[in-house]
Design a protein around this ligand. Sequence first.
Ligand code: FAD
Length: 434
Amino acid sequence: MSGKVNIVWLRRDLRLEDNHALSLALRGKYPVLVVFLFDRIILDQLPDKNDARVSFIYRQIEFLKRELQQYGSDLLVGDTTPELFFEQLSKRFTIHSLFYNRDYEPYAVDRDRKIDHWAHGKGIESISLKDHVVLEPQEIRKPDHTAYSVFTPYYKKWREKLADGPLTRYPFQTNNLLKTTPLPLKSLQDLGFKYNPLESTFKRHIGDFSAIHYEQNRDFPAKNATSRLSTALRFGTVSIRSLVVQALKENEVFLKELAWREFFISILHLYPHVVTRSFKPQYDAITWRNDLKEFELWQKGLTGYPLVDAAMRELNETGYMHNRMRMVAASFLCKHLLIDWRWGESYFAQKLMDYELASNNGNWQWVAGSGCDAAPYFRVFNPYSQQEKFDPQLTYTRRWVRELGSSKYPKPIVEHSIARDRALQTYKEGLASF
Ligand code: FAD
Protein backbone atom coordinates (compact mmCIF):
# COMPACT_ATOMS: atom_id res chain seq x y z
CA MET A 1 0.00 0.00 0.00
CA SER A 2 1.44 3.33 -1.08
CA GLY A 3 0.61 6.88 0.01
CA LYS A 4 -2.81 8.46 0.30
CA VAL A 5 -5.07 8.99 -2.70
CA ASN A 6 -8.28 10.81 -3.42
CA ILE A 7 -10.90 8.85 -5.30
CA VAL A 8 -13.26 10.32 -7.89
CA TRP A 9 -16.24 8.10 -8.51
CA LEU A 10 -17.76 8.64 -11.98
CA ARG A 11 -21.40 7.62 -12.38
CA ARG A 12 -23.62 9.59 -14.74
CA ASP A 13 -20.91 12.15 -15.48
CA LEU A 14 -18.78 10.16 -17.90
CA ARG A 15 -16.40 12.91 -18.99
CA LEU A 16 -13.16 14.45 -17.80
CA GLU A 17 -13.68 18.03 -18.99
CA ASP A 18 -15.94 20.34 -16.97
CA ASN A 19 -16.60 17.71 -14.32
CA HIS A 20 -17.08 19.34 -10.93
CA ALA A 21 -16.03 16.45 -8.66
CA LEU A 22 -13.01 15.58 -10.77
CA SER A 23 -11.89 19.15 -11.15
CA LEU A 24 -12.09 19.82 -7.43
CA ALA A 25 -10.28 16.61 -6.51
CA LEU A 26 -7.48 17.44 -8.95
CA ARG A 27 -6.87 20.67 -7.09
CA GLY A 28 -6.48 18.73 -3.82
CA LYS A 29 -3.43 17.61 -1.91
CA TYR A 30 -3.37 13.94 -2.90
CA PRO A 31 -3.04 12.15 -6.23
CA VAL A 32 -6.38 11.34 -7.82
CA LEU A 33 -7.58 7.93 -8.92
CA VAL A 34 -10.69 7.98 -11.10
CA VAL A 35 -12.99 4.97 -10.75
CA PHE A 36 -16.17 3.64 -12.31
CA LEU A 37 -18.37 0.80 -11.18
CA PHE A 38 -20.55 -1.47 -13.28
CA ASP A 39 -23.11 -1.71 -10.52
CA ARG A 40 -24.29 -5.34 -10.37
CA ILE A 41 -27.49 -4.29 -8.61
CA ILE A 42 -28.49 -2.36 -11.73
CA LEU A 43 -26.92 -4.59 -14.38
CA ASP A 44 -28.54 -7.75 -13.03
CA GLN A 45 -31.96 -6.15 -13.38
CA LEU A 46 -31.56 -5.50 -17.11
CA PRO A 47 -33.49 -8.20 -18.97
CA ASP A 48 -31.84 -7.58 -22.35
CA LYS A 49 -28.22 -8.65 -22.51
CA ASN A 50 -27.98 -6.79 -25.79
CA ASP A 51 -28.85 -3.46 -24.12
CA ALA A 52 -27.40 -0.63 -26.21
CA ARG A 53 -27.12 1.61 -23.15
CA VAL A 54 -24.62 -0.75 -21.56
CA SER A 55 -22.67 -0.74 -24.83
CA PHE A 56 -22.74 3.08 -24.85
CA ILE A 57 -21.38 3.22 -21.32
CA TYR A 58 -18.79 0.55 -22.04
CA ARG A 59 -17.43 2.38 -25.07
CA GLN A 60 -17.33 5.61 -23.10
CA ILE A 61 -15.35 3.83 -20.39
CA GLU A 62 -12.89 2.68 -23.03
CA PHE A 63 -12.52 6.28 -24.26
CA LEU A 64 -11.95 7.58 -20.75
CA LYS A 65 -9.40 4.89 -20.01
CA ARG A 66 -7.48 5.78 -23.14
CA GLU A 67 -7.60 9.47 -22.32
CA LEU A 68 -6.36 8.95 -18.76
CA GLN A 69 -3.65 6.56 -19.93
CA GLN A 70 -2.27 9.37 -22.09
CA TYR A 71 -1.47 11.16 -18.85
CA GLY A 72 0.14 8.11 -17.25
CA SER A 73 -2.96 7.38 -15.19
CA ASP A 74 -5.99 5.14 -15.77
CA LEU A 75 -9.63 4.53 -14.93
CA LEU A 76 -10.14 1.76 -12.43
CA VAL A 77 -13.29 -0.16 -13.30
CA GLY A 78 -15.19 -2.43 -10.91
CA ASP A 79 -17.92 -4.98 -11.49
CA THR A 80 -19.65 -5.66 -8.19
CA THR A 81 -21.96 -3.91 -5.72
CA PRO A 82 -21.08 -0.40 -4.49
CA GLU A 83 -20.37 -1.54 -0.94
CA LEU A 84 -18.04 -4.35 -1.98
CA PHE A 85 -16.34 -2.13 -4.51
CA PHE A 86 -15.36 0.46 -1.94
CA GLU A 87 -14.43 -2.17 0.60
CA GLN A 88 -12.02 -3.65 -1.97
CA LEU A 89 -10.70 -0.23 -2.94
CA SER A 90 -9.99 0.64 0.67
CA LYS A 91 -7.88 -2.51 0.96
CA ARG A 92 -5.82 -1.54 -2.09
CA PHE A 93 -5.42 2.17 -1.42
CA THR A 94 -5.23 4.50 1.53
CA ILE A 95 -8.15 6.73 0.66
CA HIS A 96 -8.17 10.25 2.02
CA SER A 97 -11.35 11.54 0.37
CA LEU A 98 -14.06 10.30 -1.94
CA PHE A 99 -15.46 12.78 -4.45
CA TYR A 100 -18.59 12.29 -6.53
CA ASN A 101 -21.27 14.33 -8.28
CA ARG A 102 -24.73 14.17 -6.78
CA ASP A 103 -27.48 12.09 -8.39
CA TYR A 104 -31.06 12.79 -7.32
CA GLU A 105 -32.84 9.56 -8.24
CA PRO A 106 -34.19 7.54 -5.29
CA TYR A 107 -31.90 4.53 -5.88
CA ALA A 108 -28.84 6.75 -6.15
CA VAL A 109 -29.70 8.81 -3.08
CA ASP A 110 -30.02 5.65 -1.03
CA ARG A 111 -26.82 4.14 -2.47
CA ASP A 112 -24.85 7.31 -1.80
CA ARG A 113 -26.16 7.59 1.73
CA LYS A 114 -24.88 4.07 2.41
CA ILE A 115 -21.49 4.80 0.86
CA ASP A 116 -21.18 8.06 2.81
CA HIS A 117 -21.96 6.11 5.97
CA TRP A 118 -19.37 3.48 5.10
CA ALA A 119 -16.77 6.17 4.34
CA HIS A 120 -17.49 7.93 7.60
CA GLY A 121 -16.89 4.67 9.46
CA LYS A 122 -13.50 4.32 7.77
CA GLY A 123 -12.49 7.90 8.48
CA ILE A 124 -12.72 8.76 4.78
CA GLU A 125 -14.07 12.17 3.92
CA SER A 126 -16.92 12.01 1.43
CA ILE A 127 -17.50 15.07 -0.74
CA SER A 128 -20.50 15.36 -3.07
CA LEU A 129 -20.90 18.14 -5.63
CA LYS A 130 -23.50 19.70 -7.86
CA ASP A 131 -22.85 18.82 -11.50
CA HIS A 132 -25.79 17.02 -13.06
CA VAL A 133 -28.05 20.10 -12.98
CA VAL A 134 -27.44 23.83 -12.96
CA LEU A 135 -29.90 24.32 -10.10
CA GLU A 136 -30.66 21.64 -7.55
CA PRO A 137 -34.10 20.78 -6.19
CA GLN A 138 -33.55 22.66 -2.93
CA GLU A 139 -32.31 25.80 -4.70
CA ILE A 140 -35.63 26.54 -6.37
CA ARG A 141 -38.16 27.31 -3.69
CA LYS A 142 -41.24 29.50 -3.31
CA PRO A 143 -40.99 32.47 -0.94
CA ASP A 144 -42.51 30.22 1.78
CA HIS A 145 -39.69 27.68 1.11
CA THR A 146 -41.97 24.99 -0.26
CA ALA A 147 -41.28 23.40 -3.64
CA TYR A 148 -42.92 24.33 -6.94
CA SER A 149 -45.11 21.76 -8.59
CA VAL A 150 -46.10 23.98 -11.52
CA PHE A 151 -43.56 24.53 -14.26
CA THR A 152 -44.13 28.21 -15.18
CA PRO A 153 -43.34 29.72 -11.76
CA TYR A 154 -40.56 27.14 -11.31
CA TYR A 155 -39.05 28.29 -14.57
CA LYS A 156 -39.38 31.97 -13.65
CA LYS A 157 -37.41 31.32 -10.46
CA TRP A 158 -34.91 29.05 -12.25
CA ARG A 159 -34.36 31.77 -14.84
CA GLU A 160 -33.88 34.47 -12.21
CA LYS A 161 -31.33 32.35 -10.37
CA LEU A 162 -29.48 31.68 -13.58
CA ALA A 163 -29.15 35.40 -14.12
CA ASP A 164 -27.36 35.69 -10.73
CA GLY A 165 -23.98 35.09 -12.29
CA PRO A 166 -22.09 33.23 -15.02
CA LEU A 167 -21.93 29.47 -14.78
CA THR A 168 -18.60 28.14 -13.60
CA ARG A 169 -16.59 25.82 -15.81
CA TYR A 170 -14.55 23.16 -14.06
CA PRO A 171 -11.24 22.61 -15.84
CA PHE A 172 -9.53 19.25 -16.14
CA GLN A 173 -5.94 19.63 -14.91
CA THR A 174 -3.86 16.55 -15.40
CA ASN A 175 -0.85 17.08 -13.15
CA ASN A 176 -2.40 15.56 -10.02
CA LEU A 177 -3.65 12.32 -11.55
CA LEU A 178 -2.36 9.17 -9.86
CA LYS A 179 0.37 7.58 -11.97
CA THR A 180 -0.27 3.92 -12.58
CA THR A 181 0.47 1.13 -15.01
CA PRO A 182 -2.55 0.31 -17.22
CA LEU A 183 -5.37 -1.32 -15.27
CA PRO A 184 -7.39 -4.24 -16.66
CA LEU A 185 -10.91 -3.87 -18.04
CA LYS A 186 -13.27 -6.84 -18.25
CA SER A 187 -14.72 -7.44 -21.68
CA LEU A 188 -18.38 -6.63 -22.29
CA GLN A 189 -18.98 -10.37 -22.64
CA ASP A 190 -17.40 -11.01 -19.25
CA LEU A 191 -19.79 -8.45 -17.84
CA GLY A 192 -22.61 -10.56 -19.25
CA PHE A 193 -23.54 -8.34 -22.21
CA LYS A 194 -23.25 -8.27 -25.98
CA TYR A 195 -22.15 -5.29 -28.01
CA ASN A 196 -25.07 -3.46 -29.60
CA PRO A 197 -23.94 -1.24 -32.50
CA LEU A 198 -27.01 0.98 -32.07
CA GLU A 199 -25.04 2.78 -29.37
CA SER A 200 -22.73 4.35 -31.95
CA THR A 201 -25.65 6.21 -33.58
CA PHE A 202 -26.02 8.42 -30.48
CA LYS A 203 -24.12 11.66 -30.05
CA ARG A 204 -21.60 11.99 -27.24
CA HIS A 205 -20.74 15.66 -27.78
CA ILE A 206 -22.48 18.90 -28.68
CA GLY A 207 -20.67 18.90 -32.03
CA ASP A 208 -22.12 21.34 -34.55
CA PHE A 209 -25.59 21.55 -32.98
CA SER A 210 -27.04 25.05 -33.09
CA ALA A 211 -30.24 26.05 -31.30
CA ILE A 212 -30.77 29.18 -33.39
CA HIS A 213 -33.75 27.80 -35.36
CA TYR A 214 -34.86 25.38 -32.64
CA GLU A 215 -38.17 27.08 -31.96
CA GLN A 216 -39.48 27.07 -35.54
CA ASN A 217 -38.52 23.52 -36.39
CA ARG A 218 -38.42 21.42 -33.24
CA ASP A 219 -41.97 20.06 -33.53
CA PHE A 220 -41.52 18.53 -36.96
CA PRO A 221 -40.19 14.99 -36.64
CA ALA A 222 -39.06 14.86 -40.27
CA LYS A 223 -36.64 17.74 -39.67
CA ASN A 224 -33.51 16.99 -37.78
CA ALA A 225 -34.07 20.09 -35.66
CA THR A 226 -33.58 19.05 -32.06
CA SER A 227 -30.25 18.57 -30.35
CA ARG A 228 -30.37 14.76 -29.98
CA LEU A 229 -28.30 15.26 -26.87
CA SER A 230 -30.61 13.55 -24.39
CA THR A 231 -28.43 10.43 -24.25
CA ALA A 232 -25.27 12.48 -23.79
CA LEU A 233 -26.97 14.36 -20.96
CA ARG A 234 -28.26 11.19 -19.40
CA PHE A 235 -24.78 9.67 -19.19
CA GLY A 236 -23.01 12.97 -18.69
CA THR A 237 -20.74 12.83 -21.72
CA VAL A 238 -21.85 16.45 -22.17
CA SER A 239 -21.93 18.91 -19.29
CA ILE A 240 -25.29 20.55 -18.71
CA ARG A 241 -23.50 23.86 -18.03
CA SER A 242 -22.02 23.97 -21.51
CA LEU A 243 -25.44 23.39 -23.03
CA VAL A 244 -27.10 26.01 -20.83
CA VAL A 245 -24.44 28.54 -21.78
CA GLN A 246 -25.13 27.83 -25.45
CA ALA A 247 -28.89 28.05 -24.93
CA LEU A 248 -28.53 31.42 -23.18
CA LYS A 249 -26.79 32.76 -26.25
CA GLU A 250 -28.92 31.10 -28.89
CA ASN A 251 -32.47 30.30 -27.92
CA GLU A 252 -34.72 30.78 -24.90
CA VAL A 253 -37.14 28.03 -25.96
CA PHE A 254 -34.28 25.55 -25.98
CA LEU A 255 -33.26 26.80 -22.55
CA LYS A 256 -36.77 26.12 -21.32
CA GLU A 257 -36.50 22.49 -22.41
CA LEU A 258 -33.35 22.12 -20.35
CA ALA A 259 -35.30 23.56 -17.42
CA TRP A 260 -38.03 20.94 -17.91
CA ARG A 261 -35.35 18.34 -17.39
CA GLU A 262 -34.41 19.90 -14.05
CA PHE A 263 -38.05 20.41 -13.11
CA PHE A 264 -38.75 16.69 -13.42
CA ILE A 265 -35.52 15.80 -11.61
CA SER A 266 -36.71 18.01 -8.79
CA ILE A 267 -40.23 16.50 -8.75
CA LEU A 268 -38.89 12.95 -8.57
CA HIS A 269 -36.43 13.90 -5.85
CA LEU A 270 -38.99 15.69 -3.70
CA TYR A 271 -41.95 13.37 -4.36
CA PRO A 272 -40.46 9.89 -4.84
CA HIS A 273 -43.93 8.31 -4.60
CA VAL A 274 -44.39 9.26 -8.29
CA VAL A 275 -42.28 6.23 -9.24
CA THR A 276 -45.23 3.96 -8.58
CA ARG A 277 -48.18 6.27 -7.99
CA SER A 278 -49.84 9.24 -9.60
CA PHE A 279 -48.62 12.62 -8.45
CA LYS A 280 -52.30 13.51 -8.08
CA PRO A 281 -53.74 10.59 -6.08
CA GLN A 282 -57.23 10.86 -7.56
CA TYR A 283 -55.80 9.62 -10.87
CA ASP A 284 -55.12 6.26 -9.31
CA ALA A 285 -58.88 5.79 -9.13
CA ILE A 286 -59.19 5.52 -12.92
CA THR A 287 -60.27 2.09 -14.13
CA TRP A 288 -57.88 1.27 -16.96
CA ARG A 289 -58.94 -1.19 -19.63
CA ASN A 290 -55.44 -2.66 -19.89
CA ASP A 291 -56.16 -4.83 -22.90
CA LEU A 292 -53.06 -6.98 -23.47
CA LYS A 293 -53.63 -7.47 -27.18
CA GLU A 294 -54.03 -3.74 -27.79
CA PHE A 295 -50.92 -3.04 -25.70
CA GLU A 296 -48.97 -5.39 -27.92
CA LEU A 297 -50.28 -3.72 -31.10
CA TRP A 298 -49.27 -0.33 -29.71
CA GLN A 299 -45.79 -1.63 -28.86
CA LYS A 300 -45.33 -3.02 -32.35
CA GLY A 301 -46.68 0.04 -34.14
CA LEU A 302 -49.73 -1.75 -35.52
CA THR A 303 -52.58 0.43 -34.25
CA GLY A 304 -53.70 1.59 -37.69
CA TYR A 305 -52.91 5.19 -36.72
CA PRO A 306 -49.98 6.04 -39.01
CA LEU A 307 -48.35 8.68 -36.81
CA VAL A 308 -48.55 6.55 -33.67
CA ASP A 309 -47.23 3.53 -35.54
CA ALA A 310 -44.37 5.51 -37.08
CA ALA A 311 -43.40 6.75 -33.63
CA MET A 312 -43.40 3.29 -32.07
CA ARG A 313 -41.45 1.79 -34.94
CA GLU A 314 -38.89 4.59 -34.73
CA LEU A 315 -38.49 3.71 -31.05
CA ASN A 316 -38.21 -0.03 -31.68
CA GLU A 317 -35.72 0.34 -34.50
CA THR A 318 -33.55 3.17 -33.21
CA GLY A 319 -33.92 3.51 -29.43
CA TYR A 320 -35.02 7.12 -29.94
CA MET A 321 -38.34 8.88 -30.49
CA HIS A 322 -38.95 12.52 -31.32
CA ASN A 323 -40.50 14.52 -28.45
CA ARG A 324 -43.79 15.36 -30.17
CA MET A 325 -44.12 11.76 -31.23
CA ARG A 326 -43.57 10.67 -27.61
CA MET A 327 -46.52 12.85 -26.64
CA VAL A 328 -48.73 11.50 -29.43
CA ALA A 329 -47.84 7.84 -28.80
CA ALA A 330 -48.17 8.17 -25.02
CA SER A 331 -51.49 9.99 -25.23
CA PHE A 332 -52.83 7.33 -27.59
CA LEU A 333 -51.98 4.61 -25.08
CA CYS A 334 -53.47 6.31 -22.03
CA LYS A 335 -56.48 7.93 -23.63
CA HIS A 336 -57.45 6.05 -26.78
CA LEU A 337 -56.65 2.61 -25.40
CA LEU A 338 -57.12 3.43 -21.71
CA ILE A 339 -53.98 1.53 -20.76
CA ASP A 340 -52.28 2.48 -17.49
CA TRP A 341 -49.53 5.05 -18.09
CA ARG A 342 -47.17 2.87 -16.02
CA TRP A 343 -47.27 0.19 -18.72
CA GLY A 344 -46.22 2.68 -21.35
CA GLU A 345 -43.64 4.20 -19.08
CA SER A 346 -42.07 0.83 -18.50
CA TYR A 347 -42.00 0.02 -22.23
CA PHE A 348 -40.26 3.34 -22.94
CA ALA A 349 -37.84 2.59 -20.09
CA GLN A 350 -36.81 -0.63 -21.80
CA LYS A 351 -36.43 0.90 -25.23
CA LEU A 352 -35.24 4.50 -24.93
CA MET A 353 -31.53 5.05 -25.13
CA ASP A 354 -32.00 8.33 -23.24
CA TYR A 355 -34.23 6.70 -20.64
CA GLU A 356 -34.16 8.66 -17.45
CA LEU A 357 -36.57 7.90 -14.62
CA ALA A 358 -37.32 11.55 -13.82
CA SER A 359 -38.07 12.70 -17.38
CA ASN A 360 -39.82 9.53 -18.41
CA ASN A 361 -42.05 9.37 -15.37
CA GLY A 362 -42.71 13.11 -15.36
CA ASN A 363 -43.66 13.21 -19.02
CA TRP A 364 -45.81 10.09 -18.89
CA GLN A 365 -47.71 11.51 -15.94
CA TRP A 366 -47.97 14.83 -17.76
CA VAL A 367 -49.58 13.11 -20.75
CA ALA A 368 -51.85 10.93 -18.61
CA GLY A 369 -52.98 14.03 -16.71
CA SER A 370 -51.91 12.53 -13.39
CA GLY A 371 -48.70 14.52 -12.95
CA CYS A 372 -47.76 17.87 -11.59
CA ASP A 373 -48.63 20.66 -13.98
CA ALA A 374 -50.07 18.08 -16.34
CA ALA A 375 -52.17 18.67 -19.41
CA PRO A 376 -55.83 18.65 -18.27
CA TYR A 377 -57.27 15.16 -18.68
CA PHE A 378 -59.85 16.31 -21.22
CA ARG A 379 -57.04 17.28 -23.59
CA VAL A 380 -56.84 14.24 -25.85
CA PHE A 381 -54.28 14.44 -28.63
CA ASN A 382 -55.96 13.82 -31.95
CA PRO A 383 -53.51 11.67 -33.94
CA TYR A 384 -55.03 12.82 -37.24
CA SER A 385 -54.73 16.54 -36.61
CA GLN A 386 -51.25 16.02 -35.14
CA GLN A 387 -50.39 14.29 -38.40
CA GLU A 388 -51.73 17.20 -40.48
CA LYS A 389 -49.89 19.78 -38.41
CA PHE A 390 -46.54 18.14 -37.85
CA ASP A 391 -46.04 15.67 -40.69
CA PRO A 392 -48.36 16.91 -43.44
CA GLN A 393 -46.32 15.38 -46.27
CA LEU A 394 -46.04 12.07 -44.38
CA THR A 395 -42.27 12.28 -44.76
CA TYR A 396 -41.61 11.00 -41.24
CA THR A 397 -44.53 8.59 -41.23
CA ARG A 398 -43.54 6.88 -44.47
CA ARG A 399 -39.99 6.53 -43.28
CA TRP A 400 -41.18 4.09 -40.61
CA VAL A 401 -44.50 2.79 -41.93
CA ARG A 402 -43.33 1.57 -45.30
CA GLU A 403 -46.52 -0.35 -46.12
CA LEU A 404 -48.73 2.72 -45.60
CA GLY A 405 -51.51 2.87 -48.20
CA SER A 406 -51.23 -0.84 -49.07
CA SER A 407 -53.59 -3.61 -48.00
CA LYS A 408 -50.94 -4.77 -45.53
CA TYR A 409 -51.44 -1.74 -43.30
CA PRO A 410 -53.96 -2.47 -40.48
CA LYS A 411 -57.29 -0.71 -39.95
CA PRO A 412 -57.50 1.53 -36.84
CA ILE A 413 -57.92 -0.62 -33.73
CA VAL A 414 -60.30 1.91 -32.30
CA GLU A 415 -62.31 4.74 -33.81
CA HIS A 416 -61.02 8.16 -32.76
CA SER A 417 -64.19 9.89 -31.60
CA ILE A 418 -65.52 6.78 -29.83
CA ALA A 419 -62.19 6.33 -28.05
CA ARG A 420 -62.10 10.00 -27.12
CA ASP A 421 -65.58 9.93 -25.58
CA ARG A 422 -64.78 6.70 -23.75
CA ALA A 423 -61.61 8.21 -22.31
CA LEU A 424 -63.40 11.35 -21.11
CA GLN A 425 -66.16 9.30 -19.51
CA THR A 426 -63.73 6.89 -17.80
CA TYR A 427 -61.53 9.67 -16.48
CA LYS A 428 -64.56 11.60 -15.24
CA GLU A 429 -65.99 8.60 -13.43
CA GLY A 430 -62.61 7.64 -11.94
CA LEU A 431 -61.92 11.11 -10.61
CA ALA A 432 -65.46 11.46 -9.27
CA SER A 433 -65.13 8.17 -7.39
CA PHE A 434 -62.08 9.33 -5.48
P1 FAD B 1 -34.14 18.62 -27.47
O1 FAD B 1 -35.46 19.09 -27.99
O2 FAD B 1 -32.94 18.99 -28.20
O3 FAD B 1 -34.06 19.14 -25.96
C1 FAD B 1 -32.80 19.33 -25.31
C2 FAD B 1 -32.79 18.61 -24.00
O4 FAD B 1 -33.78 19.16 -23.13
C3 FAD B 1 -33.13 17.14 -24.11
O5 FAD B 1 -32.01 16.40 -24.50
C4 FAD B 1 -33.61 16.83 -22.70
O6 FAD B 1 -32.54 16.67 -21.81
C5 FAD B 1 -34.32 18.13 -22.32
N1 FAD B 1 -35.76 18.01 -22.60
C6 FAD B 1 -36.40 18.35 -23.73
N2 FAD B 1 -37.72 18.15 -23.61
C7 FAD B 1 -37.91 17.65 -22.36
C8 FAD B 1 -39.06 17.24 -21.63
N3 FAD B 1 -40.30 17.28 -22.14
N4 FAD B 1 -38.89 16.78 -20.38
C9 FAD B 1 -37.66 16.73 -19.83
N5 FAD B 1 -36.53 17.11 -20.46
C10 FAD B 1 -36.66 17.56 -21.72
N6 FAD B 1 -36.40 12.64 -22.05
C11 FAD B 1 -35.36 11.96 -21.55
O7 FAD B 1 -34.23 12.49 -21.51
N7 FAD B 1 -35.49 10.69 -21.07
C12 FAD B 1 -36.70 10.04 -21.08
O8 FAD B 1 -36.80 8.91 -20.62
C13 FAD B 1 -37.82 10.73 -21.63
N8 FAD B 1 -39.03 10.14 -21.71
C14 FAD B 1 -40.11 10.83 -22.24
C15 FAD B 1 -41.37 10.21 -22.28
C16 FAD B 1 -42.46 10.89 -22.81
C17 FAD B 1 -43.82 10.23 -22.83
C18 FAD B 1 -42.30 12.19 -23.31
C19 FAD B 1 -43.48 12.95 -23.88
C20 FAD B 1 -41.06 12.82 -23.26
C21 FAD B 1 -39.95 12.15 -22.72
N9 FAD B 1 -38.68 12.77 -22.65
C22 FAD B 1 -37.62 12.07 -22.11
C23 FAD B 1 -38.49 14.19 -22.99
C24 FAD B 1 -38.12 14.50 -24.44
O9 FAD B 1 -38.98 13.86 -25.32
C25 FAD B 1 -36.68 14.11 -24.78
O10 FAD B 1 -35.80 14.65 -23.82
C26 FAD B 1 -36.27 14.65 -26.14
O11 FAD B 1 -37.15 14.20 -27.14
C27 FAD B 1 -34.85 14.21 -26.47
O12 FAD B 1 -34.47 14.65 -27.74
P2 FAD B 1 -33.44 15.85 -27.91
O13 FAD B 1 -32.24 15.62 -27.09
O14 FAD B 1 -33.24 16.05 -29.38
O15 FAD B 1 -34.28 17.04 -27.28
